[in-house]
Design a protein around this ligand. Structure first.
Ligand SMILES: [Fe+2]
Ligand SMILES: [Fe+2]
Length: 197
């Protein structure tokens, strides 16, 4: 009996910690990435397939959530990261891939060019990009072949989160757990449909 109530208490505490982290992720994404989350590009991202079973939007969401979770864990180890740069970098890292079929002749072209194209989109969406963000995006394909190595801790975080998120895209497809901006996108769609679009 004692063990069972102790187990319940532990489970409750873990749930609370999980909810607290989700809330913190949602707040950081809104605070530092609002311009990107509310953009037409992000809405379009939820309509373009990515990694076979997911979408660019859902993949982006996974990368942003994982990147921030890593940063919070590093912070507990007294390793500081630039959260603003990570938010902008993770949210924009693949947005250059939008319109892929019209834009790139081959998969190789897409693979090579989308990081630079994503930097361009990021510059368009954010009035002032955090200093580390262009390199985070440009080098996010690391450690895949031909990509330059990240030149910041934040770049390493986003690149690793990207690989973990890509694996999850292939395995779990579109069944993502929203932490905030999925709802934002849903609301934007609703508003658009009410506006007759
Ligand atoms: Fe990418
Ligand atoms: Fe990616």
């Amino acid at each position: 009996m004692m063990a069972s109530s102790a187990a319940k208490a532990v489970r409750k505490r873990l749930r609370e910690l999980h909810d607290k982290q989700k809330e913190k992720i949602r707040n950081d994404l809104e605070r530092y990435g609002g311009e990107i989350l509310h953009s037409d590009e992000m809405e379009q991202a939820y309509r373009q397939t990515h990694h076979t079973r997911s979408t660019v939007g859902e993949h982006t969401q996974r990368v942003a959530e994982k990147s921030l979770a890593i940063c919070y864990a590093l912070n507990k180890l007294h390793v500081r990261t630039d959260i603003q740069a990570v938010v902008a970098g993770s949210l924009c890292h693949d947005l250059g891939i939008l319109g892929r079929d019209e834009k790139y002749e081959t998969n190789q072209d897409c693979y090579r060019q989308h990081p630079s194209d994503s930097v361009e989109v990021a510059r368009r969406l954010m009035a002032s990009l955090p200093e580390k963000t262009p390199d985070i995006i440009e080098r996010h394909m690391w450690p895949s072949a031909r990509s330059k190595r990240p030149n910041s801790l934040e770049g390493v975080v986003v690149s690793l989160a990207d690989k973990a998120a890509a694996a999850e895209d292939f395995i779990r497809g579109s069944r993502v757990k929203p932490v905030g901006f999925r709802e934002t996108i849903r609301n934007i769609r609703k508003q658009n449909s009410h506006g007759g679009k």
